[in-house]
Design a binder for this molecule. Structure first.
Ligand code: FEO
Length: 163
């Protein structure tokens, strides 16, 4: 139903999505250590979303009759200077994921693997939202600064993220 080349790329993408969850949970660890539970919550929710992305691809491949197996997940980034560190890293990471999704999509189109190309369109839209969210978080923290009442209130805002 789908090409072997795209199936292989999608299995690698599952790994990247699970790696994203791992990276974002590491961000949550950092924010917990900085007494910013709202920021930690935001990234815990984001990690859950990444797990769902991985599972969406896994499900698609299995439905298409492919066999899925996993590889080791990569390391995380640690040792941030301040609360802005993970947010900047998060935007960079989402841009990397967008490039990866686009590459698979372009390959699927070139191979006339229409089923995979159609499936990937959901991810292209999702990546647009992911990059916007990551940029918005940076903009908000730049506006409020790295301390004081405004940061406390932004942490409360991040604590209200539901999905
Ligand atoms: Fe699944 Fe944040 O990209």
């Amino acid at each position: 139903m789908i090409t072997k080349e795209i199936a292989k790329m999608l299995i690698e993408q599952i790994n990247l999505e699970l790696h994203s969850a791992y990276i974002y949970l590491e961000f949550a660890n950092y924010y917990e250590s900085q007494n910013l539970p709202g920021f930690a919550h935001w990234y815990k929710v984001q990690a859950g979303e990444e797990y769902e992305h991985a599972d969406r691809i896994r499900h698609f491949l299995i439905e298409a009759g492919e066999t899925v197996t996993f590889s080791p997940i990569g390391d995380t980034v640690k040792g941030f200077k301040d609360a802005m560190g993970p947010l900047k890293e998060g935007l960079k990471h989402e841009q990397f994921i967008t490039a990866s999704i686009n590459k698979i999509y372009e390959k699927a189109v070139s191979l006339k693997d229409h089923l995979s190309a159609n499936f990937l369109q959901w991810f292209i839209k999702e990546q647009g939202e992911e990059e916007t969210n990551a940029q918005n978080n940076i903009d908000k923290l730049e506006m409020v600064g790295l301390g004081g009442t405004a940061l406390y209130l932004l942490d409360k805002e991040f604590a209200r993220r539901e999905d």
